[in-house]
Ligand binder design. Sequence first.
Ligand code: BTN
Length: 264
Amino acid sequence: MQQPLLHLDDNMNFEKIQSKYKGSFLLEYESSVHSTNSVLKNNCAKLSGGTVLFARNQTAGRGRTGKSFYSYDGGVYMSILLKTGVPCENALDYTTAAAVAVCRALEKTGSGETRIKWVNDVYYNGKKVCGILTEAVTDTAKAEVSVIVGIGVNLFAPESFPADIESRAGFVFECKDENTEEKFIINLLCELENLFSGIKNGMRAHVAEYIGRSFIAGKTVTLIKNGERRRAFVKRITDTCALEIEYQNGENALIFSGEISIEA
Ligand code: BTN
């Protein structure tokens, strides 16, 4: 057993989750941190692979491409440390598997149908309810690569969303409820463990479902990559979870990272 990373706070629901959870992740809780991803990143060398940090609140939650991620009382914020040893190109597998795991866990907890917007956003009722930030950390001294998968879910309704995300952000369940939170988190941990261990063993069991849940094939999008915006038609998502697109000048490309916004 590793030394506790942080003190266990007195949040009864997390204690209940810890006692009910029978999987192999090492669960850690904190009431408030800057960012669960940053805490794991900064403590990576001394933590075991499989550590999962939950925080009730994040004061500086981080999103992709340097954006901030809005955290509020009613969301679930967690990061998982995976000591994969594999090169960071495989990070896309963990990101896409995490998106599938979130969809499955929400639906098992009682939501309706959830969908995925490439590459890592989960949508419910047409709005984004979850973001995933996957980061690789390389320990050059030990020649060890770790992957941190951070997941933020708008599980319950906030009082309000900030004006800049109000039109796009949604939540899954109207009323805050400890049993729903507990059920969701345990479902999610089980799904993540199952899909991540598959990836480690060379299986990518999530891919067909990832493609099936994605809703952007056949749409015209704006692709934002390295600060450049280009309109493109999405032909399909490949079995490597890359985006096969055709730019307006007829040029075809496979895109492994970047952000898209869908044309109205
Ligand atoms: C995105 O939508 O751009 C990704 C958002 C990822 C947010 C989660 S919340 C838990 C973890 N800690 C962070 O600072 N970010 C991730």
